[in-house]
Design a binder for this molecule. Structure first.
Ligand code: GCW
Length: 696
């Protein structure tokens, strides 16, 4: 009994119960600072609300959850609007954006208002975030509206429960239980997304099974749509372009065949009968073996327009992916998407968005921007980022992606002169796009902590915040996330932020320094495999990209090489064209650089690579030391989880370092210069490690 009492006492006093990460950044643990807690409690003690709908219910529930957790109070709903401390008010506000909100202090009341109940929900989450991050709730005068209309997650989930490139367990969607059983996790998912402004979700893999649009599955999709709707989240599906053949028994899926277009129209009508606010279809066509219009001698334009026509009467969208790269033996995969889509600019129907990955190849560790961001003047392009760490060390490497997203969004396309940043392009500012969108390929799964690596939750959080405002800094977002997630002291908060903000560059250094790219394990994409010289397609090898030989390394994309640089506007092209002026981080993306060429850092290309491999791997030790310093300041379960993963990361960083150095030495025959010591293992020894990951 005494032990039990002691235990109960310690639980209440120190708030140290084990944290499995399930609550994400919405932990709502009691605020320790008494003055703040009292101040907030007073401001939330009574609530008046002037509307009543599905969203108002979840909004009130959220306030109650936050107040009972953070403040240990239960707010009272009252009828008298002048007496309430907090007022939720539906009505026209100055900013006409349907998702905008205002939070204002007026006569000692906090008034959260919006043009829609959804806007108010976002305002409420903003107020809660302020409490979680110890910010003042005095004299508020906040207006906020999303700069991007569609802020989405794309799940690469299959109907058998697996997730393509997923490292956090199985799919969240339990298709075999739906539509009858609604897992409470779907609600937690919706809350988390709404809290960061995400308003769309594509439930299934872009390598799409046609099954998702059968009546059986549509019933399940409807059940999910019903759960998400109050949280302002619309459901989308990825579809298989050959569905009219696979499901409809037609002889063809030719987009210009009237029977085919009629089939899609009927299918779309069927979908909207069940889900009137359905978002639309995502299509991966003629890419990596997926069917598409080119199978029938047609074009991406023909395919997209035919489907868009079916969706238009329902205000649905076609999100057509630009990730296409037919192999051209003389060509450069870098140029493929631009070559395929630029020519159709202006010919797509208005309800079509072209979804473009941030870089021209494929979510590599560091990529220059896709030239399409500066090129599509009459067709909206959207940003596709990848949250799941396919090329970023799966769930064992701690890589905070915020700085990478920020680097991409701040890049200037020079499309309309200086200042035409990628952020401005996707906000629709540069070319006046009528539809705007940013998506993240989800990193969620059935693991209790959602993302496998506890720190990967931050990448999900960041996507939402950046989609709301692409000009937010990753430092600010990291600050919010750490405060909301860890509720720890100022010093530990700073330490965790420091690790986060450095982590992406550290990972880049020990895996892909100076713009080396596509040198990861073949097909599974884990660990180093720069020696892949043969694959089903040459542009799936590593050699195709690094082109190492006795003289140098890197892909010449200047006029003397593939000339893919010509796809950029001159301002950006100029930054990359000159081998002597290019930022070292992008060097090998655009130049075949001599091993012995001196860089601005004072070292030769080879010495600089070696230095980055070694310093990068060593920096993981610093991450470990920094993390060790927060022991006792963050929850023990999370502490140990991250500590263990860092150990693996350290081991794998050394593996990357040694494998890369020993492999490239075969070409340049140059030594590992002091102060670094050559790897103690042989090339053959390191090479073998990767075989573990091959399931072939
Ligand atoms: O990054 C590559 C992945 C594929 C993925 C493809 C895509 C869904 O290796 O697994 O397929 O991109 O984005 O379509």
């Amino acid at each position: 009994m005494r032990i039990l009492l002691l235990l109960a006492f310690s639980l209440f006093t120190f708030n140290t119960f084990a944290d499995d990460g399930y609550r994400l950044w919405l932990k709502y643990d009691r605020i320790q600072n008494e003055t703040l807690r009292k101040n907030y409690s007073q401001k939330l003690s009574t609530i008046h609300i002037n509307y009543n709908d599905e969203t108002s219910k979840v909004t009130l529930l959220e306030i109650e959850k936050a107040a009972t957790g953070l403040l240990k109070i239960k707010p009272q709903i009252i009828q008298n609007s002048t007496q309430a401390k907090l007022v939720l008010k539906l009505g026209k506000i100055e900013n006409a954006n349907p998702e905008a909100f205002e939070i204002k202090t007026l006569n000692k009341q906090i008034i959260i208002s919006g043009n829609t109940s959804k806007g108010i929900l976002y305002g409420v989450f903003e107020m809660i975030r302020r409490m979680q991050t110890s910010e003042s709730l005095e004299n508020l005068k906040i207006t906020s509206a999303p700069k991007i209309q569609l802020r989405m997650l794309n799940h690469w989930d299959n109907n058998n429960g697996t997730i393509e490139r997923g490292y956090a367990g199985m799919s969240l969607w339990k298709w075999y239980e739906l539509p009858e059983r609604i897992d409470t996790r779907y609600i937690e998912y919706a809350r988390a997304n709404a809290s960061i402004g995400i308003n769309g979700t594509v439930l299934n893999n872009v390598n799409a099974s046609a099954r998702f649009i059968t009546p059986e599955y549509l019933g399940k999709v409807k059940a999910l749509a019903d759960v998400f709707r109050p949280y302002g989240i619309k459901v989308f599906l990825s579809v298989n372009f050959a569905s009219p053949k696979i499901l409809g028994g037609l002889k063809t899926a030719d987009p210009l065949d009237p029977e085919v277009s009629q089939w899609w129209k009927n299918k779309v009508d069927e979908v909207y009968k069940l889900i009137p606010d359905f978002g639309g279809f995502v299509v991966k066509a003629n890419s990596e073996g997926e069917p598409g219009p080119m199978d029938f001698g047609r074009t991406h334009k023909d395919g997209a327009n035919m489907m868009a026509e079916a969706l238009a009467p329902h205000k649905g969208l076609i999100i057509w992916r630009a990730f296409v790269y037919n192999f051209d033996p003389k060509g450069d995969r870098f140029a493929a998407a631009y070559n395929e889509f630029k020519k159709f600019d202006g010919e797509f129907l208005p309800n079509i968005i072209i979804q473009v990955k941030n870089g021209p190849i494929d979510f590599q560790v560091r990529e220059p921007i896709s030239p399409l961001f500066g090129a599509m003047e009459k067709t909206p392009v959207s940003m596709e980022f990848q949250l799941t760490q396919e090329y970023l060390g799966w769930a064992t490497h701690w890589v905070y992606e915020g700085p990478m997203f920020e680097e991409v969004l701040k890049t200037d396309t020079y499309a309309k002169g200086k200042g035409s940043t990628v952020a401005k392009v996707i906000e629709g500012e540069v070319f006046k796009y009528p539809i705007t969108s940013m998506i993240g390929v989800a990193n969620t799964g059935s693991d209790r902590n959602w993302t496998g690596h506890p720190m990967a939750q931050a990448n999900w959080y960041t996507l939402g915040r950046l989609a709301w405002n692409p000009e937010m800094t990753s430092a600010k977002i990291a600050d919010e996330w750490v405060k909301m997630t860890f509720h720890t002291d100022a010093k530990s908060t700073e330490t965790i932020k420091k690790i986060m903000l450095e982590s992406r560059e550290i990972y880049t250094n020990y895996t892909n320094p100076l713009g080396v790219h596509h040198v990861m394990g073949e097909s599974h994409h884990f660990g180093p495999e720069p020696w892949v010289e043969k694959a089903p397609r040459p542009d799936w090898t590593a050699l195709y990209y690094h082109k190492a030989d006795s003289l140098g390394i890197g892909f010449d994309r200047t006029e003397k090489g593939s000339n893919s640089l010509a796809q950029y506007h001159s301002g950006l092209k100029d930054l990359y064209s000159d081998i002597d002026k290019i930022q070292p981080e992008f060097l090998l993306w655009f130049h075949h650089a001599p091993w012995r060429m001196k860089l601005s850092t004072g070292r030769t290309v080879w010495d600089e690579m070696v230095s980055r491999y070694y310093e990068g791997a060593k920096a993981v030790e610093q991450m470990q030391a920094d993390w060790a310093s927060v022991k006792g300041k963050v929850d023990q379960e999370t502490f140990e989880n991250v500590e263990a993963r860092l150990k693996t990361q350290r081991k794998e960083a050394l593996w990357w370092r040694d494998a890369s150095v020993l492999y490239f030495q075969k070409f340049n025959k140059m030594p590992v210069a002091a102060p670094y010591q050559k790897p103690s293992r042989t090339f053959e020894e390191v090479k073998q490690i990767v075989d573990v990951y091959h399931v072939r």
